[in-house]
Each structure stands twice: as structure tokens, then as C-alpha cells.
Design a binder for this molecule. Structure first.
Ligand code: ADP
Ligand code: MG
Length: 242
């Protein structure tokens, strides 16, 4: 096994909306098979960074690489199969869990096998019987599990998680954390997880990125986050910013 292999690398990435600078000179790598947590005040540019990483938007300047190749050399669908994303409020089509799980494949003109769907449900800790349930009858935690299962249909190499436990109760939050760690360990899926929960960032992460005002302030081992030498990071973790 190669140690410290870079799966996504950003090099001097800038992003602007019109004249408004949103991301400034972001340079850093996400390592294969690791969990990187991203923290920072709201408006720091974290979600924008994710949109860049799966090709929803393009940088104003700078380069982003996936497995050593610039992401704009991939077919958008291929990139998104490899770099999956899950959001705080997952978008669901009205209908059953089955229809929602099938979506990534039906969009590609393919069909999801029932056996595969059941395996995915099991993986995220939902019983088979959920397959026929209407998504509108699910709890927040169950919806999030379905959303994660749906992202896993394509067997992504990288999972981008944007505040996925922010609106969940503590028990659901812990279940999702355990689930993500298990996916990381069992499939060696690289995880990049935006969270405003510092405790979560520290306990789940191998590495943490601290972003503020469109800049990447520091990349630090998550266990060292509270002991950063960087003054802005110290203030942030003390809760002085936000
Ligand atoms: N589509 C957009 N148009 C204009 N401004 C945007 C857009 N998306 C994000 N922004 C601005 O970019 C900054 C970063 O936003 P975002 O990436 O959502 O931050 P975070 O996820 O860290 O809260 C914010 O100031 C936000 O208002
Ligand atoms: Mg955000």
C-alpha cells in the first residue's frame, strides 16, 4: 500500500463570483483512504470548495487534480461517479426509497439490482423493508442514510460530505459517524467531511483543514486542532469567531 497518496490536489485555486472573491489561493491535498474534516465559520468557502472538487463549478485560476489528472480532463459523469457528494438536506425525488436508490443508475440508463439495493440499505443500517417505503415518511436520520446509500451506488473513491449530520439528533449523528468510519475502513474510501461540530471534526478526522474568509488557513492533524500555533485557528476553536 502506498502511503500518503494524494487523491485530490488543489494548486493555487481561486474562485470568484463576478468581482467578488470567494476562494483565494487554495493549495493542498486530500490523502487516499484518509478522513479529512473541514472546519471554519459559515461563509468561509467550504461548500464552494466541494463544488469545485466534483466539477459543478470551475476555478477562475489554478488547477484541481483527481488521481493525478486535471479534473477537467474527466467526463463530468465519470468524475461525479468517482467523487460522490452528500448534503445536509438531501434532495429526494418523491416516491419510494427504491426509486431514490435507483436514481444514479436510471440517470445513466442502467438498472439497480434489488440485491444490490438491499446490500446498500444494510450497509447504512436500514432494514430491507425500507425499500418500499415512501421517502416522505422517513425521519431525518433515515433520509440521510438513504442519501448516503444512494451516493454509494456508484462506488465512489471519494465521498464529499457537507454538514450531513447538522440537523440530526445526537443518536442519528452518532450512527452516521460510525457508518462513515466503517465505509472508510472497509472500502478505503477517501472521506472529506465539512462539519461545524469541532468535536466531530477532531474525533473523526485524520487531518483537518481550517478555512476562513475564502482562505485555507491551516492543514493540521485533527488531534492537534485544539493546539494549533496559528492565532486565527486558536481564536476559531475557542469560539471567538463565528
Ligand atoms: N452562487 C453564489 N453566488 C454568490 N455568492 C456565493 C455563491 N455561492 C457562495 N457564495 C458566497 O461565497 C462565500 C462562501 O460560501 P460557501 O462556500 O457556501 O461557504 P461555507 O460553505 O463555508 O459556509 C459566501 O460569502 C457566500 O455568500
Ligand atoms: Mg456550506
Amino acid at each position: 500500500m502506498t502511503e500518503n497518496q494524494e487523491v485530490i490536489t488543489l494548486s493555487h485555486v481561486y474562485y470568484a463570483d463576478g468581482n467578488v472573491s470567494i476562494l483565494k489561493d487554495i493549495t493542498g491535498s486530500f490523502l487516499k483512504g484518509k478522513i479529512t474534516t473541514i472546519v471554519g465559520p459559515s461563509g468561509a468557502g467550504k461548500t464552494t470548495l466541494f463544488k469545485l472538487c466534483n466539477g459543478l463549478i470551475s476555478p477562475a485560476s489554478g488547477d484541481i487534480f483527481f488521481n493525478g489528472k486535471r479534473i477537467d480532463t474527466y467526463e463530468p459523469t465519470e468524475l461525479r461517479r468517482n467523487v460522490g457528494i452528500a448534503l445536509q438536506s438531501p434532495t429526494m425525488i418523491s416516491g419510494s426509497v427504491w426509486e431514490n436508490l435507483s436514481l444514479p443508475l436510471t440517470l445513466q440508463g442502467k438498472q439497480l439490482q434489488e440485491k444490490k439495493a438491499k446490500e446498500l440499505l444494510k450497509l447504512v443500517g436500514l432494514e430491507e423493508k425500507f425499500l418500499n417505503q415512501n421517502v416522505k415518511d422517513l425521519s431525518g436520520g433515515q433520509r440521510q442514510k438513504v442519501s448516503i446509500a444512494r451516493t454509494l451506488v456508484n462506488q465512489p473513491k471519494v465521498l464529499l460530505l457537507d454538514e450531513i449530520t447538522s440537523s440530526l439528533d445526537r443518536v442519528s449523528q452518532q450512527e452516521i459517524e460510525a457508518l462513515i468510519v466503517r465505509i472508510n475502513k472497509e472500502s478505503f474510501t477517501t472521506i472529506i467531511w465539512i462539519t461545524h461540530n469541532l468535536e466531530q471534526a477532531i474525533s473523526i478526522g485524520d487531518y483537518s483543514w481550517v478555512m476562513m474568509g475564502g482562505e485555507l488557513i491551516e492543514i493540521v492533524e485533527s488531534s492537534r486542532l485544539l493546539y494549533s500555533k496559528n492565532e486565527s485557528v486558536q481564536q476559531f476553536v475557542k469560539g471567538d469567531i463565528e
